[in-house]
Design a protein around this ligand. Sequence first.
Ligand code: PGA
Length: 252
Amino acid sequence: MRRKFVAGNWKMNGDLASNAALISAVKAGLAAEGNVDVATCVPAPYLAQVQAAVSGSAIGLGAQDVSAHAAGAYTGEVSAAMLAEFACKYVIVGHSERRAYHGETDAQVAAKTAAALKSGLTPIVCVGETLAQREAAQTNAVVGGQLDVVLAALEAGQVEAIVVAYEPVWAIGTGKTATPEMAQDVHAMLRARLALKSVEAATKVRILYGGSMKPDNAKELLAMADIDGGLIGGAALKAADFLAIVQAAQSN
Ligand code: PGA
């Protein structure tokens, strides 16, 4: 049985005051002995603030991107070792917004995944198709292909250390969600791809769903066999909504 995992992705939102209020409300609402892993992925300037705020709580800290490089002349980039110094456990890699607005390629996503693992971080590897690709019946080819490039860069023994997030691009921030069945089909396909690399890892890797997951649809999505949690954007900015999703994961 895989432990459910709910990760918030704040994206480029927040300020010192609202971050403090949000973290303290989430901390107050989390059960002491939860059966769900919880994380929050924050903008890089707030890592130190949120590191201190979540210390001693069950909330794991995450970042939203990482450099593929270890150090050097890469202005604006943040290395995995730097994230690890702020007690980051997780880092999102290959989010569709990075792919779309920063031209990140599958190869770069694979290199970032490898860099994160090297520093002991858990990469949350995002994959997802656009609406045009779904309508052209290319979902499995696109999403499976994105994962395959990452898997090709890893040793079989490293695969169990990653988390995968299926985020259909057309569902992100749009209020449109994949139906539980649509998401489950893709998750099962992704698990089969993982199994081609490592049968053992495929049973262990958590595959999250992301894309307008909200309190009112979380339960039915999280009830599906291969949906092991959620990567939550908009709803992670409201403590009550985020906590309700964690609770839905707890009861699944
Ligand atoms: P959303 O974002 O929940 O606001 O759709 C999810 C994501 O982009 O990770």
